[in-house]
Each structure stands twice: as structure tokens, then as C-alpha cells.
Design a binder for this molecule. Structure first.
Ligand code: MN
Length: 419
């Protein structure tokens, strides 16, 4: 069940040319302003449709939704509806915002239910239940393998058989714009001596894309059947302290080097909105086990970039341009694998892709790769050099699906300043 808004449809709400939020997108977020507490809304152009207001005016009554669904300070109650509810709400919102529809105006709420994005505060859109981070880019995994195991095969023997991942810290997932404190911790000491302790000297970003789920029973579903439980997608910055990470991750995986902060974009783009941009994933060799097999367009042609704005600089430098379509492991494969052992999934769980890197020099999704673990600084537009992030530096991740003749589906921005 997919609800695609045809490319010819326009909204009566003004949508500037080139906006990432045309009526074909309709991403969900949580906002507040001087007129109320945090509540769900849908982005349209440079505005937001206030879903609490819309529901309060009776405009969703025909859908017979649970009470208070859009009065909550997160999208979790909505996510718990599952796909039939998601589709019904999306279809109804598209109707209400479509050119010629006068229902919002007729109920007298047009002035208050359409809010300017520049006048609101965006909040974390979901109460994150569990958070998993994968390692699904073959280029990233190969680059990291070469950096840390220069004399061995870059990919470990399991990598092409399962989407490698770890459970992250849900409680420190923050919304875009939240300042990021430089973490303190242990790092390898000089000359094999005792460890050093202090603020990280190797603070990095990781360009990632996440997806958010509804509730799933603890019965495993194959990758080809699991996609109906994926609600939508967002941008993710999995901030990483490389010095803390490399000292502690022996033999277990990421812990304090990652758990201090993970930023996500404020808007969750419904999977239905990216339907025109679904593509074949890369060929997988060798064949994967049956529960991981999929057919057809399980990838997403989402273009991504990272801009770094150095402390005090007027402008920034785009240090990476890359594409999500090249990810070796896809979202349905990740979700099927994460639940193959019977683990349950709840509405509001977050799964991130792992660093998105491409094969070329300008398409790497972390400073670890771009600067070869801080050994090769890159020049920024303001004349400064970048190895790892300095205090006051800002990282901006952007994403959009765009192709000739199809509506732009924007993901907005995921930003954070090292404070
Ligand atoms: Mn990561």
C-alpha cells in the first residue's frame, strides 16, 4: 500500500520553485511556537500544516483515528498505527493541501493551521525506542579496513553475508541544531604507556541515512516482506570520537566513542514520498541467504552532501557529495537481519545506515576517510585546514531526491555545531 501524490498535483499553500517540500513529499515533524506545546505537523513549502489544529477542527474525523494522536509531543502514537493508518493520513493530508480544496479555509483555521517554518522550534520528531547503526557501505567498510588493517583483506569474512551493525544509545539521539559537546574519555597512551585522558582530539562526523519503524511482532520477516513496517527516512550524523573509539573497541564494538551524541534531521520523509526514486541496489556477490533476498527496487536514489563551516567563518565548504543508492545493504535487508533472531521492533525505533561513502575521493562520508585519520588535512574555502573538527565548527548534512521531470523530495538539513 503506497500513496504517491501525482507529479501534476499542486498545493494552495505557496511552494517556492526548487523547494524540497512540495505536496509530493509531505514529511512529518514535531514543532512548537508561541501558540502551543510541541505537536506534529507536515512540511509544505516553507510552511507547516499543524496536524493538532487540523484534527481539532474535525478534518480527520472520517479516518476514525485514536483520540489525541496528533496532540502528542512525538510521532510515536502515529507510527504505532502501522501502514494502513499512515497511508490513510497521508492521502487525507494530500487532499486537504491540494489546490482547490477549501476544507481548511471553510473551518476557519487557515490562518492558524498553516505556520511559517522560520517561526517555530523543531523538536526530536520521535521518542527513540531502540537505535541500531549499521555499516552498510562497501566503500566505507573497505576504506576503514585499509586504514586499520593495511596488510589484510579490507573486508572481514562476514561482511558480504550480513549487514554488520551495533546497538547505539537511543537516549542521546538529538534533533538537528542541538549543540554537540566534545566528549572526554580515554585514548591510547604514547609509546604503549598508560592511556591519556581528556577531551577527544579526533571528533568526526558520519554522514548517514536512517529509517524509522512502526511496531513489529517478534516473528521474523524476510527482507522481501518487511518493508511495510518502515515508515520513513531521515538524515543522521553519527558523531564519532575516533581516538576514544579506537582505544576502547578492542575486542568489542563502538561504545563511548559514539554514544555521546547522534543528530537526526527534524523531518521524517515517508517511504511513500520517495517511491519515484526507488532503484535497484548494487549487485550482491556471493548470493545472500534466503531471508536477506529481495527483488526489485529496494534502493533509494538519494543525493547527499556534507558542508563544514569552520568556527567564525562566513561560509562553509562542501567536503563530500555522495549517493545513498550505492549502499550495498538495503533498508529491508537491515530490518530483516536485525529481527531474524526474534527481536521485537517498536514504533519509533531508529535504524541508521552506517557511513555513506562512494568510491571516489570527493564522496567519502567521514573525516576519518577524507583526511586518512587526520594525517592528510584538507583545505577549506576560508583558507583554513581541516583534519578533525574544532570547537565552533558546524557540520551540515543535506539530502534530496531530484531527477528531470520528477518532483524534488527534500530531506532538509541535519546540522550540529561543536560546542
Ligand atoms: Mn555510524
Amino acid at each position: 500500500m503506497t500513496h504517491v501524490v501525482p507529479a501534476s498535483v499542486r498545493s494552495w499553500v505557496q511552494v517556492p520553485e526548487g523547494s524540497g517540500f512540495p505536496i509530493q513529499n509531505l514529511p512529518y515533524g514535531v514543532f512548537s511556537d508561541e501558540n502551543g506545546e510541541p505537536r506534529p505537523g507536515v512540511a509544505i513549502g516553507e510552511s507547516i500544516l499543524d496536524l493538532k489544529k487540523v484534527a481539532g477542527a474535525g478534518l480527520l474525523d472520517a479516518l476514525a483515528l485514536p483520540d489525541g494522536l496528533f496532540s502528542a509531543p512525538s510521532l510515536n502514537p502515529f507510527l504505532a498505527l502501522g501502514r494502513p493508518g499512515w497511508t490513510a493520513v497521508r492521502a487525507r493530508v494530500a487532499d486537504l493541501l491540494g489546490q482547490g480544496n477549501e476544507e481548511v479555509a471553510a473551518t476557519g483555521i487557515a490562518d492558524t493551521a498553516i505556520v511559517a517554518q522560520r517561526e517555530v522550534t523543531m523538536h526530536l520528531p520521535i521518542e527513540v525506542g531502540d537505535f541500531v547503526d549499521f555499516y552498510s557501505s562497501i566503500h566505507h567498510a573497505t576504506n576503514v579496513g585499509r586504514l586499520f588493517r593495511p596488510d589484510a583483506e579490507p573486508l572481514l569474512p562476514n561482511w558480504r553475508h550480513l549487514p554488520v551493525g551495533y546497538h547505539g544509545r537511543a537516549g542521546t539521539v538529538v534533533v538537528s541544531g542541538t549543540p554537540i559537546s566534545r566528549p572526554t574519555g580515554q585514548r591510547r597512551g604514547p609509546d604503549g604507556g598508560p592511556p591519556a585522558f581528556g577531551p577527544s582530539n579526533a571528533l568526526d562526523f558520519e554522514l548517514e541515512v536512517g529509517f524509522v519503524t512502526g511496531n513489529m511482532p517478534g516473528e521474523p520477516l524476510a527482507a522481501r516482506d518487511v518493508e511495510e513496517h518502515i515508515f520513513g527516512m531521515c538524515l543522521v550524523n553519527d558523531w564519532s570520537a575516533r581516538d576514544i573509539q579506537s582505544w576502547e573497541s578492542q575486542p568489542l564494538g563502538p561504545f563511548l566513542g559514539k554514544s555521546f551524541a547522534t543528530s537526526i534531521s527534524p523531518w521524517i520523509v515517508p517511504l511513500d514520498a520517495v517511491a519515484p526514486y526507488r532503484v535497484d541496489p548494487p549487485h550482491q556477490e556471493p548470493n545472500v541467504l534466503d531471508y536477506l533476498r529481495t527483488d526489485g527496487h529496494t534502493g533509494v536514489d538519494l543525493r547527499l552532501e556534507v558542508e563544514v563551516i569552520p568556527n567564525g567563518a562566513e561560509g562553509g565548504t562542501v567536503v563530500t557529495r555522495t549517493g545513498f543508492a550505492a549502499m550495498y545493504w538495503t533498508m529491508p535487508q537491515q530490518l530483516a537481519h536485525a529481527t531474524v533472531n526474534g527481536a521485537t521492533v517498536r514504533a519509533g525505533d531508529l535504524f541508521a545506515s552506517g557511513t555513506v561513502s562512494g568510491p571516489e575521493p570527493g564522496s567519502l562520508g567521514s573525516l576519518l576517510e577524507i583526511t586518512r585519520n587526520g594525517k592528510q588535512p584538507i583545505a577549506l574555502a576560508d583558507g583554513s585546514e581541516l583534519t578533525y573538527l574544532g570547537d565552533g565548527d558546524t557540520v551540515v548534512i543535506r539530502g534530496r531526491c531530484a531527477s528531470e521531470g520528477a518532483p524534488i523530495i527534500g530531506f532538509g538539513e541535519c546540522t550540529g555545531t561543536v560546542g
